[in-house]
Write a protein that binds this ligand. Structure first.
Ligand code: PEP
Length: 250
């Protein structure tokens, strides 16, 4: 089963609209027309409009980093799925470890966000991953399978077809430490086996991205693994040059 290669940039809390214009202009200028890699950029909310306009003639796809679990209403400062769709957003990161850790997002909140995203026509990039303590205690698989199972609870087969999973070991995010290609492949295979238990019909077609200090010099080793279908890139997505090199390695 051939799955698309996906490289997604998570810009986190970086880039004003002016800086977004600069970065996207560089990305679009070096975009290759012969690539089959699906390239996604996820700027902060305040830069989505500027990004959307600049990407209108590009094959680079727009993503967001979060959304509300509610449809609309009195939820001060929240951003809804339909607001994202109306701004040209196609993908949305859900369950990033920074949201779980600093904003106390639970599996059930993440589940509600996945449901509203898919029901509104967005494609979620659903993040799972263990902390260093959990890995050292030998609990990585248990943690990741629990996050997966709880996250997708109640999603139909049709819903699951729109899902991309990102395995991001928390100890590798922004630390410069990355999982070896073999470690990452083992977990990706385990995630695919779990997806098969959840819904056999979609396991082979679900893209599973790796995230955690992916850089131009380690990307090829990771991206050549059979169950690694792409990367979710933080720091290295803030430079057009390094992000493009990762896309070329895919
Ligand atoms: C991320 O935040 O999703 C991430 C993988 O960050 P970094 O590449 O900087 O480790």
């Amino acid at each position: 089963m051939s799955r698309p290669k996906i490289i997604a940039g998570n810009w986190k809390m970086n880039c004003t609209p002016a800086e977004t214009k600069e970065l996207i202009t560089s990305l679009v200028a070096s975009e290759r027309s012969d690539t089959e890699v699906v390239t996604i950029v996820c700027p902060p909310f305040t830069s989505l409009s500027a990004a959307s306009e600049l990407l209108s003639k590009s094959s680079i796809v727009l993503g967001a980093q979060n959304l509300s679990e509610h449809e609309s209403g009195a939820y001060t400062a929240e951003i809804s799925a339909s607001m994202l769709v109306a701004t040209g957003v196609k993908y949305v990161i859900i369950g990033h470890s920074e949201r779980r850790q600093y904003y106390y997002e639970t599996d059930s909140l993440i589940n509600a966000k996945l449901k509203i995203a898919i029901n509104t026509g967005l494609f979620p990039i659903f993040c799972v991953g263990e902390t260093l303590e959990e890995r050292e205690a030998g609990n990585s698989q248990e943690v990741v399978s629990g996050q997966l199972l709880n996250g997708v609870n109640g999603l139909s087969v049709e819903n699951l077809k729109n899902l991309t999973v990102a395995y991001e070991p928390v100890w590798a995010i922004g630390t410069g430490k990355t999982a070896t290609p073999e470690m990452a492949q083992d977990m990706h295979k385990f995630i695919r086996e779990n997806m098969a238990k959840i819904e056999p019909a979609i396991a082979n077609s679900t893209p599973i991205l790796y995230g955690g200090s992916v850089k131009p010099d380690n990307a090829a080793g990771l991206l050549n693994q059979p169950d690694i279908d792409g990367a979710l890139v933080g720091g290295a997505s803030l430079s057009a040059d390094s992000f493009m090199k990762i896309i070329e390695a895919a």
